[in-house]
Design a protein around this ligand. Structure first.
Ligand code: NAD
Length: 263
């Protein structure tokens, strides 16, 4: 199937590694121009170089911290300067601090709010008016399986990511008449660098091995394995692309069946 992404411009946030990078890679392989952001210049530039080398796509790296409005304004301005339009936006960021409610403090909640929900709000304010002028666009917000299946010890994520889903659903209704589609994607356990870090920390804490910790996780997953990032990225690229032209307001789980929910 042709995703009809050739020559389109997609802005992918938090993309120096992990799910953002994997999604940018599939988009670039499909012929899209890609603008990427992350906070640290060296890994970001290396990611952009690698993508351009591998796919031949035009890739623009922009250093930006998604918790800072001024950075988001600059990110969108530089993307427009380079590509003149933004056809699709993938909203992604690092995860908020883990922890149980009584072990967390208000500063951690504030940081989580900035990173998880305010960054999404800021990005949509920066991009949606432009998409409306262009005659349409596609917005996809990354969330987590926690929106359907709250996870122990991920209190901030459990609480705030459902706010992103509420925003996505509302925007899909408000912006549909402008031909702007708005969807969410909800990954389960996906084998990124961040998950490697979690496995190493659990192994050290429990005096086990990384393999033993990974095995504990996948017993809960009906497909009995973690996803490879490209499996997430293909679903994300589809929802971002014109091939998904009649899909808006949905939350797509990419979780190997982990969420034990009927709907
Ligand atoms: P990751 O840590 O591997 O990558 C995160 C990326 O975000 C990096 O490029 C980092 O530089 C960037 N980043 C972090 N904070 C930023 C900020 N303030 N401004 C700009 N860039 C920033 O993580 P990942 O595994 O790719 O996960 C991405 C998102 O998906 C996270 O929110 C994570 O919680 C969520 N998620 C991941 C999984 C999984 O299994 N990997 C499952 C569910 C949800």
């Amino acid at each position: 199937m042709d995703l009809m992404l050739k020559g389109k411009t997609v802005l992918v946030t938090a993309a120096s590694r992990g799910l953002g990078y994997a999604t940018a890679r599939v988009l670039a392989q499909e012929g899209a121009n890609v603008a990427l952001c992350a906070r640290n210049v060296t890994p970001l530039k290396e990611a952009a170089r690698q993508l351009a080398r591998e796919t031949g796509a035009t890739v623009l790296p922009v250093v930006a911290d998604l918790t800072q409005d001024v950075d988001i304004q600059r990110l969108v301005a530089e993307t427009l300067r380079q590509f003149q339009r933004i056809d699709a936006l993938f909203i992604n960021a690092g995860g908020p601090a883990p922890g149980h409610f009584l072990d967390l403090n208000l500063e951690q909640w504030d940081a989580g709010i900035q990173l998880t929900i305010q960054s999404a709000i800021r990005l949509v304010y920066a991009v949606a008016p432009l998409m409306r002028e262009q005659g349409g666009g596609s917005i996809l917000a990354n969330t987590s399986v926690t929106v359907r299946y709250p996870m122990d010890g991920l209190t901030i994520s459990n609480a705030l990511r459902t706010a992103v889903i509420g925003l996505v659903k509302t925007l899909s209704i408000e912006l549909g008449a402008d031909n702007i589609r708005v969807n969410a994607i909800a990954p389960g356990w996906t084998h990124t660098e961040r998950v490697d870090e979690i496995l190493r920390a659990r192994a050290e804490h429990n005096s086990t091995t990384v393999e033993e910790e990974a095995a504990k996780i996948v017993t809960e997953v009906p497909l009995r394995r973690m996803a490879d990032p490209v499996e997430f990225a293909r679903a994300a690229a589809f929802l971002l692309s014109p091939a998904a032209s009649y899909i808006t307001g949905v939350t797509l789980l990419v979780d190997g069946g982990l969420a034990r929910a009927v709907l």
